[in-house]
Design a protein around this ligand. Structure first.
Ligand SMILES: C[S@@+](CC[C@H](N)C(=O)[O-])C[C@H]1O[C@@H](n2cnc3c(N)ncnc32)[C@H](O)[C@@H]1O
Length: 153
């Protein structure tokens, strides 16, 4: 995520907030963070931990509904730790499509995954492009970050 890109950054599945904290440490102002978390206990914890962020309780796969009336301008990026691999491929593809439609062209949708293969298969992503990070072997289990973007205008 580029802290210098204007706009809000959306995090899907923040849990207790380790990625949120890393984004703030990277220089993203807390006020520019939008979080969607399903678990009400985590939502309460996150609201205490990040009082200046916007924290929404809801189903990230319904991102358009949850963000309805919340967004004024396209997002500067999306970061997801949702357990995507538990979902059927069409649901993953729809999530990516809906998120990229809410995001500035060229801005990232980044997904953590324990799979070596892209969690949203390359044949399904249309005009978007995808880039995988090297495998982080020191993570247990080893993990990668896949980043999808629409081409810049
Ligand atoms: C693997 S944990 C990651 C938590 C944290 N980001 C981390 O890196 O430690 C996945 C998180 O996604 C949340 N989650 C799962 N399905 C969700 C959904 N459909 N909508 C929103 N959050 C969801 C879970 O409640 C959990 O907090």
């Amino acid at each position: 995520m580029d802290p210098d890109r204007d706009g809000q950054i959306l995090e899907l599945g923040p849990g207790t907030g380790p990625v949120t904290e890393a984004l703030i440490e990277r220089g993203v102002p807390e006020e520019r963070l939008l979080l969607i978390e399903y678990n009400p206990g985590f939502v309460t914890l996150l609201r205490n931990r990040f009082p200046r962020a916007t924290i929404l309780q809801g189903d990230a796969y319904n991102v358009r509904g949850v963000l309805h009336g919340v967004l004024d301008t396209p997002l500067a990026g999306v970061v997801s730790s949702l357990p995507l691999l538990t979902q059927p491929v069409p649901r993953r593809v729809r999530l990516l499509r809906h998120c990229l439609a809410l995001t500035q062209p060229g801005a990232p949708f980044s997904q953590f995954t324990y799979s070596v293969a892209p969690p949203i298969p390359l044949l399904t992503i249309g005009d978007a492009n995808a880039e995988g990070s090297p495998v982080v072997w020191r993570n247990i289990p080893p993990a990668r970050v896949w980043t999808y973007r629409l081409p810049s205008a």
